[in-house]
Write a protein that binds this ligand. Structure first.
Ligand SMILES: [Zn+2]
Length: 219
């Protein structure tokens, strides 16, 4: 597989809660890993975000938008970003997430992946191979991929603890506890201690707009 791993998320903390163990695991395996966060509102979460991604040992960018709309301008900005970074796999939000901006993020990412692959848009068009959808607070009813994060969960826990403004909202320890319980549940499902769950969504591969227009052989 070519290309790195890119997580595109709505808010600081989504990357940690949704796929922090997976990101840290790939980074420690020497893979190219990056997080792109679309908003930073309120601004004090910016420092928490960069401390958290440092705990995961991954690179990160933040766009600092006030909100997320499925607009041609934002789709183009993300398509440019994808064409430049050239990820093999992108992780983003679920389309059935409870949060409006998580759903919008999914919509923007899905379109940006499509446009980044069009040879009519980019001379060096880039076809993302895999799109994985993560669970933050809305759980996936039937995951298609479970990643063993037993050995990277310590890094995820360090990253969770950077979000003091978020942790303070729920004094009964919601975020540390729900993330640990999620990881234990997903771990039980795949016979490891701790895991993170994803849905893999199939992407168009062949067609007039793509560099490779047809699949030659199926096997
Ligand atoms: Zn969020």
């Amino acid at each position: 597989m070519t290309g790195g791993l890119l997580a595109i998320v709505s808010h600081p903390d989504d990357e940690t809660f949704g796929c922090g163990g997976t990101l840290a695991k790939h980074a420690s395996a020497g893979k190219e890993v990056r997080v792109l966060c679309l908003t930073c509102n309120p601004r004090n979460r910016r420092d928490e975000f960069f401390n958290a991604v440092q705990s995961l040992d991954v690179d990160a960018d933040i766009l600092e938008r006030d909100d997320i709309q499925v607009s041609p301008e934002l789709i183009r900005e993300l398509a440019d970003y994808i064409d430049d970074f050239r990820p093999g796999t992108i992780i983003t939000h679920l389309p059935f997430d409870y949060h409006r901006e998580h759903k919008s993020c999914y919509g923007v990412v899905k379109e940006a992946i499509e446009w980044a692959a069009h040879t009519t848009m980019y001379e060096d068009a880039w076809l993302v191979e895999r799109l994985l959808l993560m669970e933050v607070n809305t759980l996936i009813p039937s995951p298609s991929i479970l990643v063993d994060v037993t050995n990277s969960y310590d890094a995820k826990e360090k990253a969770i603890n950077q979000y003091s403004t978020q942790l303070a909202k729920f004094p009964w320890g919601y975020y540390p506890r729900v993330n640990r319980k999620k990881a234990e549940l997903r771990g039980v499902q795949c016979d490891v201690e701790l895991a993170e769950a994803f849905i893999e969504e199939s992407l168009p591969r062949d067609g007039p707009f793509y560099l490779e227009k047809a699949t030659a052989l199926l096997v």
